[in-house]
Design a protein around this ligand. Structure first.
Ligand code: ZN
Ligand code: ZN
Length: 258
């Protein structure tokens, strides 16, 4: 039986991580897939594009796969930003991945995790972020909708706050399902930003719409966050009615019973 493994992970091929593949390989036994940041016009980097060096990424994986029995798969976390869509598509056009995450991290002016965002009005941020997220889905090929709550991670949000946006959330999740994207349960959001109740609510909406593809990812940038709280989250998911998760290889998913 395939054991479930982390579907959202970073190494030094991401601009904001210093982790090595070996950190994860030597502290696990199964498959390791990394999803490196590709953020065009990144405000965190003064508007420059942060892209993984694909040739170096592939070369390091090929070398390690010889030493570690082909345990590593290739992935990317695509930060969608509409004004630079052509640049995103051009970068992706000649590259292959096992797993592609779709994210919205910034709006060209600021990243939603920039400290000052926490002092802005919740509804201003939520409205702007959800519009960008809704638009992003289907604009490029991807496998997973990552951290649906990224834009509001810095806010102390209740389920009632989210319910004001239920019609739009339903549209977003329906679009996600129509484009065959899996819904990601993001362990950093649930366990470091306190958004577990928001995920319970979101999962209930996705299931109500008939969605059946779910992934669990730590969003780890270092070993201490690898498979973060998976021992709690896997049983918790069952209480939410999610008994199977999916893992990706070459863009195709396989169900794993949890
Ligand atoms: Zn992300
Ligand atoms: Zn990430």
């Amino acid at each position: 039986m395939t054991h479930y493994y982390d579907q959202h992970l970073h190494t030094h091929f991401s601009y904001d991580s210093e982790a090595n593949f070996t950190d994860y390989l030597e502290n696990s036994t199964g498959v390791v897939v990394t999803t490196e940041h590709f953020d065009v016009a990144n405000p965190v980097s003064d508007g420059k594009t942060d892209a993984p060096d694909y040739a170096a990424y592939t070369a390091e994986i090929n070398a390690l796969n010889k030493r570690y029995g082909n345990r590593i798969l290739k992935g990317i976390e695509i930060g969608y930003y509409a004004p630079k869509e052509a640049e995103i598509l051009a970068y992706l056009s000649d590259k292959t991945y096992d797993l592609k995450l779709l994210s919205v991290h910034h709006n060209g002016e600021f990243d939603y995790l920039d400290e000052f965002v926490a002092d802005m009005p919740f509804d201003t941020i939520m409205t702007r972020y959800l519009a960008e997220l809704e638009y992003a889905i289907g604009r490029l090929p991807a496998d997973v909708l990552a951290h649906f709550d990224y834009g509001i991670r810095l806010f102390d949000v209740s389920v009632d706050d989210l319910k004001h946006y239920e019609p739009q959330l339903l549209r977003i999740f329906q679009k996600m399902i129509d484009h065959k994207l899996a819904f990601e349960i993001n362990a950093k959001s649930t366990h470091l930003y306190g958004h577990l109740p928001l995920y319970a609510y979101a999962i209930s909406l996705v299931r109500k719409l008939g969605g059946s593809l779910f992934t669990l990812g730590s969003d780890g940038h270092k070993l201490s966050h690898y498979q973060l709280a998976f021992d709690e989250l896997l049983p918790w998911l069952k209480t939410q009615g999610v008994t199977e998760l999916v893992v990706f290889r070459d863009g195709r998913h396989e169900f794993v019973t949890i």
